[in-house]
Structure formats: structure tokens, C-alpha cells
Design a protein around this ligand. Sequence first.
Ligand code: ZN
Length: 270
Amino acid sequence: MEKLIITAAVTGSLPTRKKTPYVPIRPEAIVDAGVRCEQAGAAVIHVHARNPRDESPSADFQIFKEIHEGLKERTNLIIQISTGGRAGMAYEQRSDRLALKPEMASLTTGSVNFPDSVYANSPELIENLARDMRTHGIKPEMEIFDVSMIANAVALAEKGLAVPPLHFDFVMGLRGAIPATIENLVHLKNSIPAGATWTAAGIGPAQLVMNTHAVLMGGHVRVGLEDNIYFRKGELAPNERFVERIVKLAAEFGRPAATPDEARRIMHLK
Ligand code: ZN
């Protein structure tokens, strides 16, 4: 099996400082979290921006730019910018950040009902984002919230809007999306094209469980406060501790953590 690629999803859209004091909100705090996660063994950082004023999700190009530049200056991490958009952010707001030309960006290939809202991604929006990524030489991480989204991602590749081998991230255990069970994970893994790489993310307590299955099945993992703020029941922790834990666990199973350059090779980044 390949070495384990660990993606740190340090901020996301939802966790607030009120829920956990460890979530980085300001650009410099997000960069600092990246530095610590890289030291702990992460190879990829999944980036969201927040409004420092009220912690709400931000589409501000300048904030993404500050985070991107800081991470490039202080780490060798693969930077993966989220194109996710809450609260009805329009295509333009979700795409202009791609002009930063991060090595990767997330691309959700379908719509899903979140517990309190519709996460709408129309076919046209998905194709436009995919085209922008291809234009800028950015590798998409296909964010898979349900099985049908895999077929949508493969269809993009068939249209020439994504370049194989594809990389997938299975986001499991969010209410409204695919439940976090090992049966579902096996089905997702068996549904992607040969040669594709994949990562498993789990929401809340499903994070450690799905990560561990992925380690054993030859996949890769996503950890961090975007998906899960509790290190164990009742105990909050900073992002790097989640990275440290999966590094230790995976090493026991013969999957040492990949460096960012090793991850570039495994995912066929330029
Ligand atoms: Zn995200």
C-alpha cells in the first residue's frame, strides 16, 4: 500500500470559537494551524475562509489570497481551496478564488440536503467550476456526499472537464448525506474508476472510524475541526492532535504518513 496522505480540514464553514476555542478563524491563525499540521504529518490542507468579524463563511478573494500566500511561504503543504458555498453563494463568488491557482480545489459533484439547508450545485455550476480548474491547472478533489456524485465526477472526465486519474473524498455521516458505515465505504471505494485515489472523511465521531477503515483499505484520510471538533467524548483539541493520532495509528498498520511531495506523486500532481 502507498503511504497515507493526511488532509487537514482545519476550519470549514461551521465551527465557531464558542463551540471550540481551537478553530482557526483569522488568516494568520489558519496559516499557523497549517504549519503545525504539517509538522504533525499532514500533506494537504483544505482551506475555507471566514469573516474575522463574525466568523461567518467568507467568499472574500483577499482573505483566500492571504491564506494561500501565507501557506506557500511557510509550508510545503498541498493547498486545496474549497469551492463550497453556503447561503447561496453564486458561481462568481465560488470561482474567483481559483485565480490563485492552488494545486487542488474541492468540487462537489451534486446537490445534497444539509440538516438545515439545501447545498445546491447545479450541473451548470459544476461544469463551470471544473472548467475553471482545468484552465488553471488545478486538480479537483471530488467531494462525494452520496454515490450518484461519483458518476457525475466520472462524466466530467468523459467530457474532458477533469483529467484522470481522479481523486475523490468521501464525506460520510452528515445527516442528509451517505451514512458512515463500512458497507457504504466499501461500496464507494468499489464505485470509483480504476487508478483513482480516495480519501475518507467522517462527520463527528465517524471521523476516527472512517479514517481507520480507510487506512486498512488502502485509502487516505481527512481529519480536522471542519468535520469533527471532539478528540474524544467531551474533549476538544486543536487540529494537529487529530493529525498526530492518525499518524500513530496508521504507522501501527504499516502506513507511514506521506510527505507533501510524496502525496504529489501519489495523486499525480504536477
Ligand atoms: Zn470543506
